[in-house]
Structure formats: structure tokens, C-alpha cells
Design a protein around this ligand. Structure first.
Ligand code: MG
Length: 161
């Protein structure tokens, strides 16, 4: 799961630089904030494993796509990807329940709630992008809106770094 979160970070960084290169500074910013959040997700999991006396071994991060035809395609990929991550988190939660590992179940609850937000965010932006499809002014306005997103450290990391 740590690797999956870091792969997510890498995917969003790739989307960020692709958007910026095409002049979409706001989209670039949104994906860059997403990149930072995914690194937090990996950190939370690593902190947890270490706090339980486990070892973290980092594996190579697989390649990511480097270009998207348009911002709608990038957000469709985002939603597809986040749905996959949700399924992975749900599997981990099922496993924790099966193992009667209450501490891990409790830790994973934050991720379950986070995934609801991740899917909702992507869906909302997809809807907006569909509404303005083919309208450059609309796209420009969404870009302006996404420029306002700011990074906030994930709650479970408070006081830990
Ligand atoms: Mg994540």
C-alpha cells in the first residue's frame, strides 16, 4: 500500500507537469497538491508500521503515463485510479478485521473516509469539465478555480514530523 500511495504521488506529479506544460497552471497546482497528499498517505502508513515495530522496505515505483489528451481525460484517469485505491484499502480493512487486528482497522478508517473524499473531488471536477466541454472560457475558469487549492498536511501526521 505504501508503494501504491507513492505510485499515486508519481502519477499526480506527472499530471501536474503535463498540465503546466500545456499552460494550465491551475490544473497543475491541483495535481501538485494531490502529489503532496499522496506522499502524506505513504508517510502515515510507514509511521504506523514503524510504530508497531515493523520494518518498511521500499520497492521501485512503476512507470506512469506522461501525457493526457485533455484535462477531462486526466480527471477520468484520476477517478479510475482512486476507485482502485479504494478497493485496495477496503481489502486491507477486510484483512485487518479477519485478523482481529483492531489497531490496524482503526488506522485504516481514516483512509476509508479519505477515499470517499478523493472520489467525490474527482467526480465533481469531471462534472464541471463535461459541462464546459469545447468551451475555452469555461475551461479557463475551472483552471482559475483549481489554482486556489492549497496543501494542508493530513491530520494523522499532526505533531509527527
Ligand atoms: Mg492516497
Amino acid at each position: 500500500q505504501v508503494n501504491a500511495e507513492l505510485w499515486s504521488a508519481y502519477l499526480y506529479l506527472s499530471m501536474s507537469v503535463d498540465a503546466e506544460a500545456k499552460g494550465f497552471k491551475g490544473f497543475g497546482n491541483w495535481f501538485y497538491v494531490q502529489f503532496r497528499e499522496e506522499q502524506d498517505h505513504a508517510r502515515i502508513l510507514m509511521n504506523y508500521v514503524l510504530s508497531r515495530g515493523g520494518r518498511v522496505t521500499l520497492a521501485p515505483i512503476a512507470e506512469v503515463k506522461t501525457t493526457w489528451n485533455n484535462q477531462l481525460e486526466a480527471f477520468e484517469d484520476t477517478l479510475t485510479h482512486e476507485r482502485k485505491v479504494t478497493a485496495m484499502i477496503n481489502n486491507l480493512y477486510d484483512l485487518a478485521i479477519e485478523e482481529k487486528d483492531h489497531a490496524t482497522s482503526s488506522m485504516l478508517k481514516w483512509f476509508i473516509d479519505e477515499q470517499v473524499e478523493e472520489e467525490e473531488n474527482a467526480s465533481t471536477i469531471i462534472e464541471s469539465l463535461r459541462q464546459v466541454e469545447g468551451n475555452k472560457l469555461g475551461l479557463y475558469m475551472i483552471d482559475k478555480e483549481l489554482a486556489a487549492r492549497t496543501y494542508a498536511q493530513a491530520a494523522p501526521l499532526a505533531g509527527k514530523e
